[in-house]
Write a protein that binds this ligand. Structure first.
Ligand code: ZN
Length: 244
């Protein structure tokens, strides 16, 4: 098992190198996040000849939509919903079983164990989030990546910009957002791990919202968020503790 995109790399901007293409060509099975986040997908399929071993995990998971430059697109950040991770675990186990039927029983057993740990994680998140009254479940982040999380756990999102992480927010949008934060009494705004924090700093200095900790929106982190479980726990703790 190998990840092509390394920790801290922005998946919206990533392009595979010739070496990555060689690794994909040699793999028995290639799993994709899907929902448009891998803009190079068809290129990669072409370069590696045939897509029989390509499994587009996100394609089989229900979508939320988001706005990108006035256009409605699928929101690719589906993994911030634990319910979606459970769907993904079943999709991946199924793909493993098809690719390697002799070990099917093991894949099923492992999937069961993982599903139980995701249920435990979901329970933990719900207990933690319950510390925040509904009126305080307001998220201001530098990149609109937490819609699926917000949808599952009852938060409202005030994004600083749309899906891509490379565009600078317009000054009009920032002004609007500052008004919103003041009116709603939002207590904290959040950084994301691979973001340019300038706009957030401006917003924080012009409102009473403090700058909350770093959220991992587009990938895992080093120590504190190096697994899905620890990444989710880190994000939820950071959000709840800062907004309390
Ligand atoms: Zn993203």
């Amino acid at each position: 098992m190998e990840g092509i995109i390394k920790t801290g790399v922005d998946p919206h901007e990533f392009e595979p190198t010739p070496d990555d293409v060689r690794r994909v060509a040699k793999a028995d099975l290639v799993l994709f996040t899907g929902k448009g986040i891998e803009g190079y997908l068809s290129k990669l399929e072409e370069a590696t000849g045939g897509s029989s071993k390509f499994v587009n995990v996100g394609q089989q998971i229900p979508s939320l939509t988001m706005n990108e430059e006035g256009e409605k697109i699928e929101d690719p950040h589906w993994w911030h919903s634990v319910a979606n991770m459970k769907r993904a675990a079943l999709i991946v186990a199924d793909a493993f079983e098809k690719a390697d039927p002799r070990n099917a029983v093991d894949y099923e057993k492992n999937a069961c164990t993982y599903l139980a740990s995701l249920d435990e994680l979901d329970r933990w998140i719900r207990v933690k989030v319950a510390q925040l009254p509904y009126g305080q479940r307001k998220l201001v982040t530098s990149h609109d990546a937490l819609q699926y999380f917000a949808h599952d756990y009852g938060f409202t999102i005030y994004p600083i910009k749309g899906v891509t992480t490379n565009e600078e927010p317009s000054s009009l949008h920032v002004k609007e957002l500052i008004g919103n934060i003041r009116n709603q009494g939002v207590k904290a705004v959040f950084f994301e791990s691979i973001e340019n924090p300038r706009a957030l700093q401006q917003i924080s200095s012009e409102t009473r919202a403090k700058i909350g900790g770093t959220l991992y929106s587009d990938g895992l982190g080093e120590k504190e968020a190096s697994t899905y479980d620890s990444m989710m726990r880190h994000n939820v703790s950071t959000i709840v503790d800062c907004l309390k």
